[in-house]
Design a protein around this ligand. Sequence first.
Ligand code: CP3
Length: 346
Amino acid sequence: MSHAPAKAFLRALAGETVTPPPFWLMRQAGRYLPEYREVRAGCRGFLDLCYSPDKATEVTLQPLRRYGFSAAILFSDILVVPDALGQAVAFKEGEGPKLPPIRDGKALAKLSLEGFASHLAPVFETVSRLSKAIPAETALIGFAGAPWTVATYMVEGSGSKDFIETKKLAYGQPDVFKALIDLLVQATGDYLITQIDHGAEAIQLFDSWAGVLPEDEFEKWVIAPTQRLVERLKRERPGIPVIGFPRGAGALLLPYVEKTGVDAVSLDTGVPLEWAAKMLQPKVTVQGNLDPILLITGGEAMDRAIDRILSTLGRGPFIFNLGHGILPSTPPEHVARLAERVKAWR
Ligand code: CP3
């Protein structure tokens, strides 16, 4: 009996050095693609797209058709979790997300896991459809926001620059904030396990705002909840690899990798390559970290940066990616050039 060779992306997550490395890009589906904008124009709002399995499946597949990425990432958003907990999320055109802020125990008590799974049923349906629709060599990534990052949107009621309200709650009323984080650990675990049961083969946890916390608070609100979440996933769905993306963590990437139990860490643009090769790659698979602005710039500057990442990290367990999501003004031809360059590397 012969087994099909495992997908390159999953082999890299299992610790193998794969040459050329598997590659995908955060926010690979989105506004930089005209075919995405066309589907999006036919939706009432952004969340309608997330909750329409046929459209969400289509926009997930669009970048695969163009670029042959090694992995597809479910098209959804990290904010469907608060939405499903009863904190209604609205995306206003050009303004980013808006939520009624949660800043005390009373507001928190109104959230509930009742109806959570049924609210997210369309997302699970998208995962099922994708697992049948993607090419055999392509892996399917499920995802969620990590508890800290999702909590910042829930407490601020929008995006933020300084996170004053979230930090005031976390530092000043840690019992209330802990109750919010605990709810998110539970809800996010349920959400990811159901994604896995519908066909997700790996999980990425987006902790986009991990980098704004001082060390002791990083330990409490980034490392500890992530560790509990990973522990539950490993216990209940063994064999499913987890990628953590604690953006901006800097030197705290080391305790993050040592304590959370993630199989891989996604590196933001600021992480020095030689440091990552020496300090992180012996412990976990690394993913990253081209500056998304170099993908807008293109040409020689982009090529040189791609080559430096490949030659520094490509000799160990590695997945090529950006250091943060693709921006809407990215020329699609530059993504094609990047894909060709990574695929041709030996
Ligand atoms: O990577 C993918 O292709 C999968 C889809 C995906 C989206 N958001 C689609 C999206 C993923 C994985 C996310 C994660 C996400 N969402 C994060 C973590 C990663 C990161 O970027 O730091 C965060 C913080 C969010 C929250 C969010 N969603 C914000 C702040 C915004 C508004 C800002 C913006 O870019 O417009 C969104 C909207 C959003 N999520 C869009 C897309 C394609 C654009 C909305 C549109 O098409 O109108």
